[in-house]
Design a protein around this ligand. Structure first.
Ligand code: ADP
Ligand code: MG
Length: 618
């Protein structure tokens, strides 16, 4: 089944052949003006793909696409008319120029939240319009005319019919490239960033760089569109690049469906055609598009492209088709680590450096002291429990260890290296993995893709391969998919591989999170309340999984309220209350401690405490 799944996205040869035939024959059916409209529609389709990549795939608000488009069109125009450069050399420079502008827009992305970035992109678009209308070299309001016809081995590209074929080829290649990006590692990471940037960082995605990459990708498509536009119309003026057109572009992407590139293309072509029909009523057209966009955002946020999936989901729910696949398979244990040695005997012979050393860590949120002077040391191969009342700072401690928060004081060492203040993706590379108290799976990705994001350990700069060595990307994909098959099988998740996590029962989602954390082959695993919401059998399985993970050589730190699980699983337990460590010792010592009983266990808590022993020990 998995081989089938793996190729589920490969477009069928027949479909492709059909499209080629249609694209080839289309001009024969069109009059002179109609072919012009189609040529313009293709330019917008390219722009929309770029928008879709930034907004739909990467989740970054991009209002600068029209400026990327304009930069490239103007560069082509200026270099050919002012500097006498040939069309294609000018086009190459133009592409570079828009990619560069894309990178520049991305620079604030290194520091800024994404909604502020939206404002930066709008600023760029406005600044660009300003420049085109005022700069002498840009020809002011009159623009630049007499851009030369692109030469093409004697083919006369001043014919809009022949130009169409050039555009179709460029468009097809660009779309294929964009689909390749979306369906392989880079696209998965961008989507993971869109769905949950924190979780994406925790599995090793370099978020700031990825955001920059999204803008650069977007700008390259904008640049390509600009070059084609300059060669097609051979006259450019500021009007084309104004905010109204930016919003038209936005409407194309939202209506078509920003998360689907094909949807973006459909939106672009559709709206270009509709706009042509409404050319005599520009105000009503604007208003109409605006209303449709609002309706779309409210009723079909995934656009036209998302409608079939939503209908299917609705139908499935009506027919109650989800219940049948909620049985979780058994976990297949990891092989025990050999010579490295873990567990009690191993610890005597192995490396004696502790795996995790927290010393004097404090964390203050405004007036609230969430942690004060917390110190604890977790030995290699240990399973450490952390317990304490709600609000005692347990999750905050994990957030500090995993790089989400900077401590206000103290430091954290993992495997002997100071890591406090490092970004999450660095910690992930350093061998740390974690799960989240309130599940943070990538909601729009399949279970398989959730694991693939975490399995992929390549650095962001490796995306040069997309441009220069796609075969390398493909090979890496196949390797990752094999690993994903194995991981899915190990965690008993194979039959859920294609499902969205949100459609699955809670217990399964919890297990996917652990599988995702293990995908990065960590040395240290932090589990934040992994048993919350699980039933008895699921807790038993969890206990087995954690034991096996430790057995494979991974050190585990576990926040848990289920005292039965803690008692049976952990060698040592640390108790937090009010941001301080109030006790530490073996489970038996800790539950007998007066301070602990007072602060955490209390009489009532002891009463409904699940009995340790039989249920969870194996
Ligand atoms: P626990 O996981 O032990 O239940 P937390 O670590 O989540 O506790 O929270 C400890 C305290 O810190 C709580 O009072 C909580 O409200 C506060 N806190 C946690 N995160 C933040 C934050 N990002 N901003 C402000 N206060 C926070
Ligand atoms: Mg918590």
């Amino acid at each position: 089944m998995s081989t089938l799944l793996r190729h589920r996205n490969a477009p069928r040869l027949g479909t492709v052949a059909g499209f080629v035939l249609i694209a080839w024959l289309l001009p024969y059916t069109l009059g002179g003006y109609a072919i012009h409209v189609v040529d313009v529609a293709l330019v917008f389709a390219l722009l929309a793909i770029g928008m879709g990549l930034a907004m739909g795939i990467a989740g970054q608000i991009n209002l600068a696409q029209i400026a990327f488009f304009g930069v490239s069109a103007y560069t082509t125009a200026i270099l050919t008319t002012h500097n006498g450069l040939g069309f294609w050399p000018a086009a190459a420079v133009a592409l570079l120029a828009s990619a560069l502008i894309g990178l520049l827009v991305g620079v604030p992305a290194l520091r800024m939240q994404s909604h502020y970035l939206g404002i930066v992109t709008l600023g760029l678009a406005l600044g660009f319009i300003n420049w085109t209308t005022n700069a002498e070299i840009a020809g002011g309001a009159e623009g630049i005319s007499a851009i030369p016809v692109p030469p093409m081995f004697g083919v006369d590209l001043s014919s809009e019919y022949l130009y169409y074929y050039l555009e179709v080829v460029v468009f097809a290649l660009a779309l294929a490239f964009a689909l390749f990006v979306v369906r392989t590692g880079l696209g998965r990471r961008l989507m993971a960033m869109r769905d949950d940037p924190l979780a994406a960082g925790a599995v090793g995605a370099e978020i700031p760089l990825l955001r920059m990459t999204a803008f650069m990708l977007s700008s390259v498509f904008g640049g390509l569109a600009g070059v084609l536009y300059a060669g097609l119309i051979r006259y450019i003026a500021p009007d084309t690049f104004n905010i109204a057109n930016m919003f038209l572009l936005l409407a194309m992407v939202v209506i078509g469906g920003r998360q689907s590139l094909v949807g973006c293309v459909v939106g672009a072509v559709g709206l270009t055609l509709i706009r042509e029909q409404l050319v005599d009523y520009p105000t009503y057209a604007q208003l109409g598009f605006g209303i449709v966009v609002v309706l779309m955002v409210v009723f079909a946020p995934t656009g036209l492209a998302g409608v079939p999936t939503r209908l299917k989901a609705l139908l499935d729910r009506r027919l109650g088709r989800t219940a049948e696949r909620s049985v979780l398979r058994e976990f297949r244990p990891y092989e025990a680590a050999g010579d490295q040695g873990v567990g009690d005997q191993g610890r005597e012979t192995g490396d004696s450096r502790p795996m995790l050393e927290i010393s004097g860590v404090a964390k203050q949120f405004r007036g609230l002291k969430a942690l004060r002077d917390v110190s604890l040391t977790v030995e290699r191969g240990e399973i450490r429990g952390i317990v304490g009342p709600n609000g005692s700072g347990k999750t905050t401690l994990f957030n500090i260890v995993s790089g989400f928060y900077r401590p206000s004081g103290g430091r954290v060492l993992i495997d002997g290296h100071v890591v406090s203040g490092s970004r999450p993706y660095r910690l992930s590379r350093h061998g740390l993995a974690r799960t989240f108290q309130n599940l943070r799976l990538f909601g729009e990705l399949s279970v398989r893709d959730n694991l693939l994001v975490a399995l992929d350990r390549s650095r962001t700069y490796a995306i040069w391969k997309y441009a220069l060595w796609p075969v390398g990307v493909w090979r890496q994909e196949r390797r990752l998919h094999r690993q994903a098959d194995d991981l899915l099988d190990r965690f008993g998740l194979t039959e859920f591989a294609a499902a969205r996590p949100g459609s699955l029962p809670y217990g399964i989602q919890r297990r996917i999170e652990i599988a995702r954390a293990m995908a990065g082959a960590p040395r240290l695993l932090l589990l934040d309340e992994p048993a919350a919401g699980l039933n008895g059998e699921e807790v038993r399985q969890l206990s087995e999984i954690v034991r096996s993970i430790r057995g494979s050589g991974v050190t585990v730190v576990l926040i848990e309220h289920n005292m039965g699980l803690v008692m049976s699983l952990c060698e040592r337990v640390t108790v937090l209350a009010n941001g301080s460590v109030i006790a530490e010792g073996t489970p038996a010592e800790v539950v007998a401690d007066h301070a602990v009983i007072e602060a955490y266990l209390g009489d009532s808590a002891m009463a409904d405490m699940p009995l340790p022993t039989t249920e969870v020990t194996s």
